[in-house]
Ligand binder design. Structure first.
Ligand code: MG
Length: 390
């Protein structure tokens, strides 16, 4: 009998929605996985709890003001601790894990993901901003690394599953489904008045605040089109979004012979996370886990997205046409605008206005280096913040 080897994983952003669901799966599959590293932004109490349960060799908190609490709780247990974004990025080189689940939200996921790729770690990619901001750079790094990327985003996991056994030149187009968010039927006048509470009420998915707002503005779908381009090497004009309010079909691929393959499932992230952790192999779920039934498939409907009410969607095509730093500017302005909206400082439709205005003001760089992305991100944040002060 051979001793089963458990895969050691790092969870970057372990206290968020994807992070906690990843740790659920690790707890359900103790013979397959163990945790080498946990990192969190600022939720120190939950991080301590997770570290006590999963016993990583190290735990890191990005918010340095929470460090003393982390250290005092975990160092007596023999768990190393550290704080700050640089410590987090530096930890990606550690030998005690082979896969990194990038479950953070936003631009902050970029630096650790780059380091993890350079260190040859496999990536279960939930942080879509990494590919949105710097897809070109990531592709270059992957050429000289042994890292493999397994998408966790439900749409990209669906496309990945549809492409198994298919050749790249057989693909006609990718069809990314969108729920349409909470405002699918709202008029422009109603959208002007939309509140934070309205925007956080997603019809199908239970996710963190940032991505829920991004779904409401549909910039999330724009990001997913960009992400799909970099993951699957299909040009933007052959990647389409379709509104599918039931969120049962997670995305589709149309082939040159006219066939369309779709992946269906409940709107639950456990399946795409499991598929990524198990590197694309099918692992049985517990008998008590809910499965998709015929009842949920009785009515599957589709409609074209309304780009007049949701202009953010078109930003994907602009970003893929211009390449360079365009998507980096869009992402930075959006992060600043969404944070301001969540604080009640701007209105819902201002989010798109600020993104478009920032794009007009920040210089585009055609072939950016890593430092160019960093500088552009800083500049776009400054410009977006200034626009809100007016
Ligand atoms: Mg998604």
């Amino acid at each position: 009998m051979t001793t089963p080897t458990r895969k050691r994983i790092a969870v970057v952003g372990s206290t968020g929605s994807i992070g906690t669901q990843t740790l659920d799966i690790v707890a359900q599959e103790p013979e397959s996985f163990e945790v080498g590293l946990l990192t969190a932004g600022s939720q120190v109490d939950l991080l301590i709890q997770q570290a006590m349960r999963h016993r990583p060799s190290m735990a890191i908190i990005a918010d340095t003001s929470k460090y003393a609490k982390l250290r005092d709780a975990l160092e007596p247990l023999g768990i190393e601790t550290a704080a700050g974004p640089q410590a987090l990025t530096d930890a990606m080189d550690r030998p005690d894990f082979s896969m990194v689940v990038t479950a953070t939200v936003g631009y902050s996921g970029l630096a650790p993901t780059i380091r993890a790729i350079q260190a040859g770690k496999d990536i279960a990619l939930a942080n879509k901003e990494t590919l949105v901001v710097a897809g070109e750079l990531i592709k270059e790094l992957l050429k000289v690394s042994s890292s493999r990327i397994y998408p966790v985003d439900s749409e990209h996991s669906a496309i990945y599953q549809c492409l198994v056994g298919e050749s790249h030149n057989a693909v006609e187009c990718l069809i990314i489904t969108a729920s349409g968010g909470p405002f699918r039927r709202w008029t422009p006048a109603e959208l002007e008045q939309a509140t934070v509470k309205d925007a956080l009420r997603h019809p199908n998915w239970n996710m963190g605040a940032k991505i829920t707002i991004d779904s409401a503005t549909m910039i999330n779908k724009a990001f997913e089109i960009i992400e799909a381009h970099w993951l699957f090497d299909i040009p933007g004009e052959r990647i389409h979004a379709v509104v599918h309010p039931q969120s049962i079909i997670h995305s589709m691929v149309e082939f040159r012979d006219g066939a369309i393959k779709a992946q269906l499932g409940l709107p639950d992230m456990h399946l795409p996370i499991r598929y990524a952790l198990f590197e694309g192999t099918r692992w049985p779920i517990a008998p008590t886990t809910p499965r998709l039934g015929l009842k949920e498939m009785a009515e599957l409907t589709f409609e074209a997205p309304d780009t007049a009410r949701f202009p953010n969607l078109q930003l994907a095509y602009r970003a893929l046409k211009e390449k360079g730093t365009t998507a980096c500017i869009i992402n930075a302005a959006n992060e600043v605008a969404v944070a301001a909206f969540l604080r009640g400082e701007i209105r819902f439709l201002d989010i798109n206005r600020i993104v478009e205005a920032t794009l007009d003001k920040v210089a585009h760089i055609a072939s950016p280096s890593y430092d160019d992305y960093v500088a552009t991100n800083d500049e776009a944040r400054r410009v977006a913040s200034d626009l809100m002060l007016r």
